[in-house]
Ligand binder design. Structure first.
Ligand code: ATP
Ligand code: MG
Length: 318
């Protein structure tokens, strides 16, 4: 059976994380053993889909020693992937948890430069897989034009895949102008999309609806951090609250949410269930330290709560 979900990560990274009691300058800091993870938006989404019991293929360019490590980590995690080998060294990102304050310092390094031809080769790999859902998440690497996701949107239409995009800035604007299936902007990304400095909560539904009416996408799920999300379709909108949990780290919440939603779609769930599963995954991700995504048991527990009580805690003042 062909894979239904493909993720595209044009700017992958080898994520390295460690911890230290106190972060102080000038001194030699004794850190805890390094943890290595395969990272980058789409790759995180693929890992999260796997945790939900779904199937997908992660497509990305990678190079050098870090690229090999990244592929090795995916193999170890039994994540299906197709890697386009490129010259150069895949970037690494470093995050340091200061345990005394529970503050996380995230050092993000410049991505490996790739050419438009190489990115197009990634699209050819995707075409050969023939996905029903194509998810692109994360930033564009140096070397690609800001409009590259617009090309991906055109490509997705041509191969009959529903395109889901989670990115920001110019890259998001350009793709939205071309039209896609599902957008998951956070509040600041939505504000930028509609050309407003900062939307107030009661303007969110109108802003999302405007995007749909402009033909930019079919469904918008605006993620609202601890306040959950707002699901908007042409027929109306609905608030999905986020259950209250003991927050550890919000790293990976957005990718987990996207993974939950695309998995739900691939399972034939309706939009409300899709948004509930997305919120459950995003919130479950906040229950874990650092780059760790979510435990599936937490997702099902939170989803159960949302389905039983979610409607009582809805914000109605949109
Ligand atoms: N503090 C929190 N408490 C509970 N749930 C949260 C919290 N922060 C995030 N979430 C959950 O994760 C989802 C996505 O979070 P958010 O709106 O912060 O996305 P984002 O800004 O795209 O995040 P990212 O930085 O990962 O890209 C939310 O809709 C919510 O379900
Ligand atoms: Mg995000």
């Amino acid at each position: 059976m062909p894979a239904k979900i493909v993720t595209l990560t044009l700017n992958p990274a080898l994520d390295k994380s460690t911890a230290i009691g106190h972060l102080v300058p000038e001194q030699k800091l004794r850190c805890s053993p390094m943890r290595l993870d395969a990272g980058g938006g789409g790759i995180n989404v693929s890992k999260a889909i796997k945790r939900l019991g779904g199937q997908g293929v992660a497509v990305f360019p990678a190079g050098g020693f870090n690229g090999k490590m990244l592929c090795g980590l995916l193999e170890k995690g039994a994540i299906d992937f197709k890697c386009l080998e490129v010259p150069g060294e895949t970037r690494e990102n470093i995050s340091v948890l200061e345990t005394a304050s529970n503050a996380q310092y995230r050092f993000t390094l410049p991505g490996l430069q790739i050419t438009e031809n190489q990115a197009d080769e990634c699209l050819a790999l995707i075409k050969a897989i023939g996905p029903e859902y194509l998810v692109a998440s994360g930033s564009l690497p140096p070397g690609l034009p800001e409009t590259y996701f617009e090309k991906v949107a055109v490509f997705a239409k041509k191969i009959g895949a529903r395109f889901i995009l989670d990115t920001s800035g110019e890259a998001l604007q350009a793709a939205a102008d071309e039209g896609l299936y599902l957008l998951k902007p956070n509040l600041s990304e939505l504000s930028a999309l509609v050309g407003v400095e900062k939307l107030e909560m009661n303007q969110v539904d109108d802003a999302a609806l405007k995007i749909i009416q402009q033909g930019k996408c079919a469904v918008v799920v605006v993620s609202l951090g601890p306040q959950g999300a707002l699901l908007v379709t042409k027929d109306g909108f609905e608030h999905i609250p986020a259950p209250t949990v003991k927050k550890q780290s919000t790293v990976g919440a957005g990718d987990s949410m996207v993974a939950g939603m695309v998995w739900a779609l691939s399972e034939g769930k309706n939009f409300k269930e899709m948004a509930q599963i997305g919120v459950a995954c995003g919130t479950a991700a906040t229950m874990n330290q650092g780059t760790e995504l979510f435990h599936d048991a937490d997702v099902w527990k939170l989803l159960n709560w949302l389905q039983q009580y979610g409607d009582r805690y809805r914000l109605r003042d949109f």
